[in-house]
Design a protein around this ligand. Sequence first.
Ligand code: GUN
Length: 287
Amino acid sequence: MVARLIDGKALAEELRTGFKVRVAALSAQGHRPGLAVILAGEDPASQVYVRNKVNACEAAGIFSLKISYPADVSQKTLLAKIAELNADPAIHGILVQLPLPRHIDETTVLETIAPEKDVDGFHAVNIGTLAQGNPRFIPCTPYGVMKMLEANGIDPTGKEAVVIGRSNIAGKPMALLLLNASATVTVCHSKTRDLAAHARRADILVAAIGKPRFVTADMVKPGATVIDIGINRLPEKEGGKLCGDVDFEAVRGIASLITPVPGGVGPMTITMLLANTIEAAERRNWA
Ligand code: GUN
């Protein structure tokens, strides 16, 4: 069997086409959606991600404000800027690109964003409502994965779902979403014993660990759906290409559905950021 590809790029384009009407309607009412993106430091990957987010906003008709700080920016300066953006009616969504420089306390920064403008869905209130099964803003990457499953006819109900990775950005909210969708969920991580045995039970296997080609063919059940959240840059001596957490060439011979890297989850992450920003603008008067 050779797995069918889940085309994140095509689905992202389809969804973005649908956003145009909503953005036009909001703009006509004087409420053009606005997203502020804060970047602290010069991490090259973060710079690329932020540029892509800003460009995607522009293409969708969403106002974007990019605010860059040097790596030695003080936490006080960041918190003051977030407070200013919280009060700005032209800004409906606020995103602080992670990781932050080491001297900054990430939790304090994320908790300063008003929950109703937290389009990344990382605030404790938004993670809490997600855990309760009544989410307001869902973290963009796992939200995109759920859309990809739905678009490809994969209903998680009753399925064995195994998530490898427990980050606050991807693995943990992914597990919560799959649980809310009635899957039986196992979360594996660096301390898991016999991770391969867990992975082999998965009908839906999600890799979110940030290790190139970590998931090998022997870890995949024949016919499984394999979702690769990883975006890793291979060393120059190995070609310097982008590569996921899954050994794609080997695993595609075993799985029934698989996401490629690039062109899989990546385009959906930004698409769901746009979706959350539009929704924030639509709900701007929410209680
Ligand atoms: N760094 C890596 N992924 C993300 C993301 O989805 N949002 C933010 N803010 N930072 C990230």
